[in-house]
Structures are given as C-alpha cells and as structure tokens.
Design a protein around this ligand. Structure first.
Ligand SMILES: [Zn+2]
Ligand SMILES: [Zn+2]
Length: 195
C-alpha cells in the first residue's frame, strides 16, 4: 500500500467534518453549500474494510435551516481498503455514498412524524458531519469483503493461495480418493453378502 502523507495546515479545524452554521441558525429557509477535499482524520468502516486514516475524501453537503434544526443532505466519496475475507489480499473498493439527516437544535423536540433514524444533536453553532458520513460508509461496506467474487481463498491444509495454483491438492485428502475409498467399501460389503 502506498503511504499517504497527511498534512495538517496550521489553524485547521479540529475535524474536517465541521460546518459552522452560527450565522444562519434560526433563520428558516437559509441554506449553505459546502464542498471539501481532505485527508480522513480517523478510520470510517468496519474491522474488515473501511476508509483508512489519511485517505483522500471528497465531501459535499447542503444544509438547510428548518424549524427544528438544520436539515443536511450530502455525499461522500473516497476509497476503502480492506482484506479479502477468503485469501487476505488487499481489497480496494470505491466508496460513493449519500447521507441525510436532521441536526436538532439543543432542547428541540422531535416531531412525531419524524423517525428516530438520522437525527443528530449539535450545539446550535457547528454541525459535525462525521456521524452521518460514518453511518453511510459503514452501511455501504460488505460484511465479507472479497478481492473478486469467485476468490477461491486459501488451502485449508497449507495456506497456499488457490488463485495462484488452481490444481492445488493434497493427495491424502483429495476428494477423488475418498470417493474411491467409499466405492471400494461398498464392493467389499456386497461381496460379503453374496458369500
Ligand atoms: Zn481473495
Ligand atoms: Zn495446500
């Protein structure tokens, strides 16, 4: 894997998902569009696969002030890196997800018709998009990452990569031999019956 250099510019925000809305809060109808490209400050994903720290990400979001808070919809693009669950090879997977959610004003009550999904809290000044991005990325990740759909995996006897050696087999455990063994058993048993 190539090394990515993470550059922190002086005075950068604590995390790059933060959007200040201090000047538009409580002004329903106000909107803000944000778009940025940055190095991901912390991994987004599962233990098997995820967007790794330092990976370049593109985040765009549209924020709209509504009665109870800030409605956010956006998209996030990056590349996830993980391990094939069968052969342990590196798996690179493009991530292109969209997300949306409501950042509820402090003390605001959630309306009855609003689901509890995708509701986030904020301090009334700064919206932090990391949680909705994380949720969307994790949801899009496969439970069992594969380097290719038909990855044959590793030999369970010696750990050899079967993709490199399609004819790989261990003689004693070759299924053709055990099939022959059972045929031989049947022949012996029918011989015994006849005699
Ligand atoms: Zn594989
Ligand atoms: Zn083997």
């Amino acid at each position: 894997m190539e090394e990515r250099v993470v550059k922190h510019s002086p005075g950068a925000e604590p995390t790059l998902y933060h959007v200040s809305v201090r000047d538009i809060v409580r002004k329903p109808g106000s909107q803000r569009e944000v778009s940025s490209t940055f190095a991901v400050p912390a991994v987004l994903g599962t233990s098997m696969i995820g967007v790794q720290e330092g990976a370049t990400a593109e985040l765009t979001a549209s924020l709209e002030v509504v009665t109870d808070g800030i409605w956010v919809s956006g998209s996030f693009r990056a590349e996830a890196l993980g391990e094939c669950s069968r052969c342990l090879d590196a798996v690179h997977q493009p991530v292109d997800v969209s997300f949306e959610g409501l950042f509820l004003y402090p003390g605001a009550e959630l309306g009855e018709d609003e689901g509890e999904d995708s509701v986030f809290e904020f301090d009334g000044e700064t919206v932090d998009l990391e949680q909705p991005v994380l949720d969307a990325v994790v949801t899009s990740m496969p439970f069992t990452p594969l380097c290719r759909p038909d990855c044959p995996g590793l030999c369970d006897q010696c750990g050899a990569r079967l993709a490199d050696d399609p004819g790989h087999a261990h003689e004693a455990l070759d299924p053709r031999w055990s099939a022959l063994e059972s045929v031989k058993d049947r022949i012996v048993r029918s011989d015994e019956k006849e005699s």
